[in-house]
Design a protein around this ligand. Structure first.
Ligand SMILES: Cc1cc2nc3c(=O)[nH]c(=O)nc-3n(C[C@H](O)[C@H](O)[C@H](O)COP(=O)(O)OP(=O)(O)OC[C@H]3O[C@@H](n4cnc5c(N)ncnc54)[C@H](O)[C@@H]3O)c2cc1C
Length: 388
């Protein structure tokens, strides 16, 4: 039986531990924090807020892996009535229908975008500047970047097609927040015999291999003493508020003006806020050198539009900045294949959302975790990376 050590107890570490144990390895996991979950942790009741606005996408390749193990169920779908209160912030107003500039490119879903051009230059030449700006800013929802138009055209276009897929919205809300998924992942790992130690920061790589490093890329860079472990990511101000509920409050805003995003999480899952109240999580990407206070002020203006009187109705609130924590962004000329490789040699494997694996946000973490687990446990390698 192979012994596998996993460093990090976020989503990636937990998935890697489960997949390694399922492949027959004996697994030990170390997490530096007092509790498991990393960026997938949520606050405690009565306001159960994720670490920023978070959803799983049920059209992703890893959803079925999670569902088949009961790790993300029950999960709520976009409630149709609330879903109809979806709004687009455009030219300073909230509108219920997307502007024509956003609708126009949807007829070109078969187009492939180039890797080596910025999204803005490619999309403006095809659809016009106004459409390019609207699409790029809409992708703030998954890019957490003030100017997604500067990224690779292929990267942004793929995400635009995915988010605007003409089907029932793929977003899924794990009941009880992402913490619900973390708790189930941890329970499943323990059931499989994984030894989990929290409050256990690892500062040097264990001598015995294989080792799966499932920390953030910044922490992996220090742990592996490898300065090449870097990749682009977003920077965004986040504001979470509990408010007394009011009829007609907006469910979701795509901010086509400033690339922000807002969602009322208690719509699909009322358990995340006290009775009679709503929980809203919102984010506003920060410009170069922009302060958190300036970002929160801009975010406040979006909330003014979406939830009239929210300041007077607020019962709970917190704010933060997520810098370099919102997943990989591919610049022109790069794809996920150019990110830091999973297999570092000598039985060391890297897992996370900024490594060389396909997918959206945490899907990258999950793909890399399953791939690393199979390599570490000496099991047949899955086709997860070749597929995309
Ligand atoms: C604002 C925001 C919004 C997001 N929205 C979405 C979304 O809607 N959908 C989506 O799929 N994803 C989303 N994500 C991304 C998602 O949260 C991450 O991809 C995922 O949680 C990353 O998991 P991980 O295990 O790779 O890393 P982490 O969660 O960072 O876990 C790493 C763990 O390693 C531990 N650790 C670090 N160093 C050491 C050490 N030396 N020894 C031991 N342990 C160590 C840390 O304490 C941590 O628990 C979002 C992220 C943010 C910040």
């Amino acid at each position: 039986m192979r012994k596998v050590t996993v460093i990090g107890g976020g989503l990636g570490g937990l998935v890697a531990a489960i997949a390694s144990a399922e492949a027959g390895a004996q697994v030990e996991l170390f997490e530096s924090h007092r509790t498991l979950g990393g960026r997938a942790r949520s606050t405690e009741a009565p306001y159960i807020a994720n670490d920023g606005p978070h959803v799983f996408y049920s059209d992703g390749p890893h959803w079925s892996w999670l569902v088949s193990r009961g790790l993300v169920t029950p999960a709520a779908k976009v409630p149709l009535l609330d879903g109809l209160r979806l709004r687009f912030r455009h030219q300073g107003r909230l509108r219920a229908t997307p502007p024509a500039s956003l609708l126009r490119p949807l007829g070109s879903r078969r187009l492939r975008a180039p890797v080596d051009q910025t999204f803005t230059s490619w999309a403006a030449a095809r659809f016009g500047e106004e459409s390019a700006r609207a699409m790029a800013h809409m992708m703030g929802v998954v890019a957490f970047d003030a100017d997604p138009g500067r990224l690779s055209a292929a990267f942004v276009w793929q995400r635009f097609l995915r988010v605007t897929r003409p089907a029932y919205p793929a977003a899924r809300y794990v009941v009880g927040g992402w913490q619900g998924a973390v708790d189930r992942l941890a329970a499943r790992a323990r059931e499989l015999g994984v030894q989990i130690t929290t409050d256990a920061r690892v500062d040097t790589l264990p001598a015995s291999n294989p080792v799966i490093v499932a920390t953030s890329l910044d922490a992996a860079r220090r742990l592996l003493d490898d300065d090449s472990l870097r990749w682009e990511s977003g920077r965004t101000a986040m504001l979470d508020v509990g408010v007394r509920r009011q009829r007609g409050d907006t469910f979701l805003v795509f901010d086509l003006d400033e690339a922000g995003f807002l969602e009322r999480y208690s719509g699909p899952d009322p358990s995340v806020a006290p009775a009679g109240e709503s929980l809203i999580q919102a984010q506003m990407p920060l410009g170069p050198g922009e302060s958190k206070a300036a970002g929160i002020e801009r975010l406040g203006r979006m909330l003014d539009l979406a939830l009239p009187g929210w300041r007077e109705r607020t019962t709970w609130q917190r704010s933060a900045v997520a810098a370099g924590r919102t997943g990989a962004l591919d610049l022109p000329g790069t794809t996920w294949r150019d990110r830091p490789a999973i297999d570092r040699g000598d039985g060391v494997y890297l897992v996370g959302d900024q490594v060389a694996a396909p997918g959206l946000l945490s899907e990258v973490t999950i793909a890399s975790a399953r791939h690393a687990a199979h390599l570490a446990a000496g099991a047949p390698v899955l086709n997860l990376l070749a597929a995309a």
